[in-house]
Each structure stands twice: as structure tokens, then as C-alpha cells.
Ligand binder design. Structure first.
Ligand code: NAD
Length: 473
């Protein structure tokens, strides 16, 4: 077991050892370091190591595994600054604001919370004649495939409940944010037994994900990423009937009710939409505002948005960063162009400086868009929010619910009873009131429709990392 790295340079040199694939900072386009690349044989070796380690790990009690997780959380906390710096350089997100330091803090909090939940066996029937008891047992070896937007936090959402439940795991980070997850695993492994937590680094052509979804050594895959990739995984995992948790894309709607106060909700709306510079699965991606408040909400939101500094992540004043990669930059630029072509009124942003280094797209607010405009009906996953006018609440609900995804949604009103009534009619896994995307390790989270299936977080999340086991007498 290695000691904890104490500096960014030490952490970086450990995770780039033997690497050959260049990783660039999306803010400066400067080289950060060389990432290693695992072969199919490396994947087989890691799966084998996980399988061997699983036997002893599953024999530990929940309390013993929780104790290991608590120590892993302490290790992350002790290395928080080097981890945040690496995350900021590789992902692009600023150190400050709800970004890199926040993400590392979230990784600590989620690990501790997941270690602390009770999961008691449940007596289902005990009537003198029949006694049935439900328990959750380990599944075996779990494969975790992750995206590039919140690479450390999402890796933890896969790792912590899988380990807590007595599984071992092999995680595969996105090829865009490999170093961040290698670093997280390096740090956690200073506290965990060998073979329990494993990581494989992908190649630039994303070769490993498809291999994982057909690999016979995985009993379950937990995937966070796009709906398109989720469908491919479901199809290729069908042959061995691997268990799946699929946390996929969304296009979350927010509905402002006509009794809301535009000034007091503006900052909440802003961060709901622009957290992690819009690169968040459950971010507010379409905002529906009634005629009576339309101009005021546009004005207040613009006032908040124009004061939020965007820039290089490791410069302390910034709270918004670049898009993580050129492909995502192109998606955002294309959708904003289509919004302008479709008659959208640009309230803020909309014109990137193409001569500057980095994949920066300015904070963009677009009003007066048609309900069918691509910026409304497609997931932008970046800093461009469409604000759509509505005349009746029925119409707003119909528009909010019409898409084939349903991850999160929100309702904004000081009248909680009324907000709850509207929330009950919104088609999403989670509906927030007067906030958006406010996830919590105690509260289950997951999508409906094509945003996926399965739950993460809380006791429900633990159950999804186990197999039900009933003893009936
Ligand atoms: P992506 O689907 O392109 O890639 C995700 C991961 O899948 C990467 O590790 C990639 O290498 C791997 N992969 C690619 N092809 C594969 C295949 N055929 N088989 C197996 N694995 C494969 O997603 P992304 O661009 O990294 O992430 C952005 C998307 O993720 C957005 O749609 C966003 O909404 C979604 N997301 C969802 C959640 C959630 O909790 N629901 C959270 C974060 C991001």
C-alpha cells in the first residue's frame, strides 16, 4: 500500500507514470501529462483481480466495509487540494464556485454518507405460519463506466455503494478525464485492500467501454453518460443479462409560476442552469416563464449571469470554465447558431471569441424561442439557456413533459402547495421546488423515460448494488 501523495506534482507523476496519450488543459490547451492506456489484456487482469478480491471483501460485515470507506474518504480529504487542481486542469472547471473543490468535497461527503446508511434485513411476513426475510447480498464484480463532466464525483457514486455492498469494482473513466479518476483511485487505494477498487484507462478511440459491456467477468454494469451510449450498453449487455444501472442524458425543464419573485429566484435559476458551466446531467436546460413575468425574469437572470467570471480554472476568481472538449463546444455553438437562425433574441453571450485559446463558450441566454427550436428540444450540455414564454400553465406542463427524457425538473413559486401540485404533474425522476439539481447523498436519484433506469444514492442506491435474497420458511 502506497503513502498518500502530498502535492499536485507528486499526484500527477504517479498517475502519468508509463503514460503515452497526451492530455491537454481545455482552458489553455497546454499539455498536462501523459495518460496510460489499458489494453484488453489489462482489463482482463483487473477483472480477475477484482474477482479474486471479492471473496474476502464480501465476507466482511457492513461495519467493516464502512470502516474502510471512511478511511478512503479521509484519504480523499487529506489530498483534496492536489485532487482539485488536477481535476481543474484536466476537466477545465474552476477551483472555486460549485466546481473542483466542491466536487472533491462532494466525493468525501458521498463516501462517508454511503458508508453510514443502515441496511437492515426486512421481515416481510411473520404470521405464525410463514416467515419471509429479505436481504441484499453482493452481486459480484461491478463495472463502472463514467462521463467527463463530474468525473470524480460520479466515480464515487459508482464505487462507494458497490464496495459497501460487498462487491468489488473496475471503473473506466471517460477518455477525456482519465487522470482525474486515476488520481482518485490512487488516493482511495491507500486505504483499501488490494484488488477491491480497480481502474482501467481508456484509449482515445473509446475501445474499452464496448469490451466491458460484453465482458463475462462483470455481473453488473453501472453507467453514467449519454442516452445513445446507454442504449448500446443495454443491447450488448443483454446477451449475458448483466444487471444495469443507466444514468443517462436529460433535458430538464423548469417552470416559473406567475406568483414567483424574479429577483429572488434569479440566482437559483442561474446556478441550476450553469453549474459546471452547464455540463451537468440534471441542470436546468429549458426555462418556461409566464407572459406576466417574462421580461422581469429575463432581466434579473441577465443581471446575475453577466457578473459571473469565466476563465482558466486554476485562477481563483473564476466560477465558470471552458467546455471540456472541442466536440462539446461544437454542439453548443451549433445549437446557439440554430437558436439565432430560428429568431431567438440573444440576451447575453452567443458570440464566442474564436481567437482565444481554450474551449470557452460565453454564458448565453436566449429569449423568444420557438418551442420546437433545437436549443429547446435537444440537450445542449453547456452554458446556453433558452427561456421560453408560456401563456397557460397547462401549456407549460405539456411542453415540459413532451420530450422522451426525464431526469430532473423544477417548479419556482413561493406558494409551496401550488408548487407541489405542479411538481406532481412533471415527468422526471426528481422534481425540485425553488432549486434545481440539488442532489443529496440521502435521497435516491435516477431518471425515467430515456434518461435511464436504476437508482443511485441513499438506501435505495445500496439496494441497486445488491441482489435481493429471500429466505422463506
Ligand atoms: P458518453 O456516452 O459519450 O460517454 C460516457 C462513457 O461511455 C465514456 O467513458 C465512454 O468512453 C464510454 N463509452 C462510449 N461508447 C461506449 C460503448 N459503445 N460502450 C460502452 N461504453 C462506451 O457520455 P459523455 O459525453 O461522457 O457524457 C455526457 C452525457 O452524460 C450527457 O448526455 C449527460 O446528460 C450524461 N450524464 C448523465 C448523468 C446522470 O446521472 N444521469 C450524469 C452525468 C452525465
Amino acid at each position: 500500500m502506497q503513502s498518500l501523495p502530498t502535492t499536485y506534482q507528486e499526484l500527477l507523476s504517479r498517475v502519468t507514470e508509463g503514460g503515452s496519450r497526451e492530455i491537454f488543459d481545455p482552458a489553455t490547451e497546454e499539455l498536462i501529462g501523459l495518460a496510460p492506456t489499458a489494453t484488453e489484456a489489462d482489463l482482463d487482469r483487473k477483472v480477475q483481480a477484482a474477482r479474486e478480491a471479492q471473496v474476502a471483501w464480501a465476507k466482511l460485515s457492513h461495519a467493516e466495509r464502512s470502516d474502510y470507506l471512511m478511511k478512503a474518504a479521509d484519504a480523499i480529504e487529506a489530498t483534496a487540494e492536489p485532487l482539485a487542481e488536477l481535476l481543474s486542469r484536466e476537466q477545465g472547471k474552476p477551483l472555486n464556485g460549485p466546481n473542483a473543490r466542491f466536487e472533491v468535497g462532494g466525493a468525501v461527503a458521498w463516501t462517508r454518507a454511503t458508508a453510514s446508511f443502515g441496511l437492515e434485513e426486512e421481515t416481510l411476513v411473520d404470521d405464525g405460519e410463514t416467515r419471509a426475510v429479505l436481504n441484499y447480498r453482493p452481486i459480484g464484480v461491478v463495472g463502472g463506466i463514467g462521463p467527463w463532466n463530474w468525473p470524480m464525483m460520479i466515480a464515487i457514486w459508482q464505487i462507494a455503494p458497490a464496495l459497501r455492498m460487498g462487491n468489488t469494482i473496475v471503473v473506466k473513466p471517460s477518455e477525456y478525464t482519465t487522470l482525474s479518476v486515476l488520481a482518485l483511485v490512487e488516493v482511495m487505494n491507500t486505504a483499501l485492500p488490494e484488488g477491491v477498487l480497480n481502474v482501467v484507462a481508456d484509449s482515445a478511440d473509446r475501445a474499452l467501454g464496448p469490451k466491458m459491456s460484453v465482458h463475462p467477468g462483470f455481473d453488473k454494469l453501472t453507467f453514467t453518460g449519454s442516452t445513445a451510449t446507454g442504449k448500446k450498453i443495454a443491447a450488448s449487455a443483454a446477451d449475458s443479462l448483466k444487471r444495469l444501472t443507466l444514468e443517462l442524458g436529460g433535458n430538464d425543464a423548469g417552470i416559473v409560476l406567475d406568483d414567483a419573485d424574479p429577483k429572488s429566484i434569479a440566482e437559483g435559476l442561474f446556478w441550476g442552469a450553469f453549474i459546471n458551466t452547464g455540463q451537468t446531467c440534471a441542470a436546468l436546460k429549458r426555462l418556461y416563464v409566464p407572459d406576466s413575468l417574462y421580461d422581469a425574469v429575463c432581466e434579473e437572470l441577465t443581471a446575475v449571469a453577466q457578473n459571473m467570471p469565466m476563465g482558466v480554472g486554476v485562477e481563483e476568481q473564476n466560477v465558470l470554465g471552458p467546455l471540456q472538449n472541442k466536440a462539446q463546444y461544437d454542439i453548443v455553438a451549433d445549437l446557439v447558431q440554430k437558436a439565432k437562425d430560428g429568431g431567438g433574441r440573444v440576451l447575453l453571450g452567443g458570440t464566442p471569441d474564436e481567437t482565444a485559446p481554450g474551449f470557452f463558450y460565453p454564458t448565453t441566454l436566449i429569449a423568444d424561442l420557438d418551442k420546437d427550436n433545437p436549443l429547446v428540444v435537444e440537450e445542449q450540455f453547456g452554458p446556453a439557456l433558452p427561456i421560453i414564454r408560456y401563456s397557460s400553465l397547462e401549456e407549460a406542463l405539456e411542453e415540459a413533459n413532451r420530450l422522451d427524457v426525464g431526469l430532473g425538473a423544477s417548479v419556482w413559486s413561493p406558494n409551496l402547495e401550488r408548487a407541489r401540485e405542479v411538481a406532481a404533474q412533471m415527468q422526471a425522476g426528481t422534481v425540485w421546488i425553488n432549486k434545481h439539481g440539488a442532489i443529496d447523498p440521502r435521497i435516491p436519484f435516477g431518471g425515467i423515460k430515456q434518461s435511464g433506469y436504476g437508482l443511485e444514492f441513499g438506501v435505495e442506491g445500496l439496494k441497486h448494488m445488491g441482489v435481493p435474497h429471500v429466505i422463506c420458511e
